[in-house]
Design a protein around this ligand. Structure first.
Ligand SMILES: Nc1nc2c(c(=O)[nH]1)N[C@H]1C(S)=C(S)[C@@H](COP(=O)(O)O)O[C@H]1N2
Ligand SMILES: [Mo]
Length: 367
């Protein structure tokens, strides 16, 4: 057996590579070739087809034997629970359309660029998730009164910045017992695909992706805040190495537009024929309903029309008419939510490149 002592067992976190303004590194290419975004033309769909849903896997997709797999609920509870997939499927069922985004979406548009999965704008999708509400299971388990958090552990295992661990995240009791938090076993009406967490994942509408723990194997009630790597080190907004940071939680507002016209293979620059077009897109926020979307052409903004909301946790469709004049143009859009949060025109830099909701820009040439 290989010595495991070489790898620290507590999340002290070895320093990672320095941010860079240079070309894409080999490490970023390795990550980008495994993980993928939603092609922006898929903004057409209310529900992203499963094969077009964005994907982010920190380690390897674990192999899980359906018959042998169990979810264990333990820790500070009165009744430990051990449940198979069929038992979970017999419990109360709820389906929700949920938009979620990787917290690193926009990272590659930062300067200098933190070295990790190099997302541009495309790490977002919406699916219909079916599962059983977590709160019912927690009531059955009976949380001990000193419980402060629930820890959710996946079956995947690896090393990150020198710290070896099973992927795990925690939630406060208040957040975990919200009625809309699901243990999901179906995505768009079918059992989860291996890459999306088969057989079970956590789904907490409104939050960035890292909290939706895939390949769920354990839920533990704990009496002290969880200090696993993915909780205490990985998902923080930190201004610099000395900053203890703020946890990354809910999604910042963002609007995206479906690039009009057709692309150049290599540069992705767009060509559009002159003549009126309706530019369409989607907008979402984890803090509140989308209240406004603006559409910009060369820095001139107009209000877009909003479609009726498709549900409390799904992105909202918008559209804006555009009468393109021949020449080169930059199209953009920006969302404001019911809490007044909006998108910046300068990227909000932080050490790990989290939550960069800088407005999208699409370059087009009208002919
Ligand atoms: N167990 C486990 N859960 C995980 C991850 C992971 O690597 N392991 N990645 C997280 C991150 S960072 C994101 S953005 C979402 C991505 O979910 P998707 O691949 O189904 O889109 O899963 C989250 N859940
Ligand atoms: Mo993510």
């Amino acid at each position: 057996m290989k010595a495991r002592q070489a790898v620290p067992q507590s999340p002290g976190a070895a320093p990672g590579p320095e941010p860079t303004t240079g070309p894409l590194t080999f490490e970023e290419l390795q990550l980008a070739a495994r993980n993928r975004g939603m092609p922006l033309e898929a903004l057409r769909y209310d529900l992203t087809p499963t094969g077009l849903h964005h994907l982010l896997v920190h380690f390897d997709i674990p192999w899980i034997d359906r018959a042998a797999w169990r979810l264990r609920v333990g820790g500070n509870v009165r009744n430990q629970l051990v449940l198979g997939l069929d038992e979970l499927r017999r419990r109360p069922r709820r389906t929700l359309a949920v938009t979620f985004e990787c917290a690193g979406n926009g990272r590659a548009r930062l300067s200098p660029r933190p070295i990790s999965q190099p997302w541009l704008n495309e790490a977002v999708s919406t699916a219909e998730w079916t599962g059983t509400p977590l709160v019912g299971l927690l009531e059955e388990a009976g949380l001990g009164p000193e419980t402060v958090e629930l820890v959710f552990t996946g079956a995947d295992h690896g090393v990150e910045k020198g710290y070896e661990h099973d992927y795990g995240r925690s939630l406060s009791v208040a957040e975990a017992t919200r009625a809309d938090v699901l243990l999901a076993y179906e995505m768009n009406g079918r059992l989860l695909e291996p890459q999306h967490g088969f057989p079970l994942r956590l789904l907490i509408p409104g939050w960035y992706g890292m909290t939706h723990v895939k390949w769920l194997s354990r839920i533990d009630a704990v009496t002290a805040p969880f200090d696993g790597y993915q909780q205490r080190v990985a998902y923080l907004y930190r201004r610099d190495a000395a900053d203890p940071g703020e946890p990354v939680t809910r999604m910042q507002p963002r609007a995206l537009l479906l690039p009009p016209g057709f692309p150049d293979f290599l540069t992705r620059q767009r060509t559009v024929d002159a003549g009126a077009v309706l530019v369409r897109g989607r907008a979402w926020s984890g803090y509140g309903a989308i209240a406004r979307v603006e559409f910009g052409v060369d820095g001139q903004w107009v209000d877009a029309s909003l479609d009726p909301p498709a549900g409390p946790f799904a992105w909202r469709a918008w559209s804006a008419p555009w009468d393109p004049r021949p020449g080169h143009h930059v199209l953009s859009c920006r969302a404001t939510d019911a809490t007044g949060r909006c998108q910046p025109t300068e990227a909000p830099w932080n050490v790990q490149g989290m939550g960069n909701n800088l407005v999208q820009e699409v370059e087009v040439t009208v002919r």
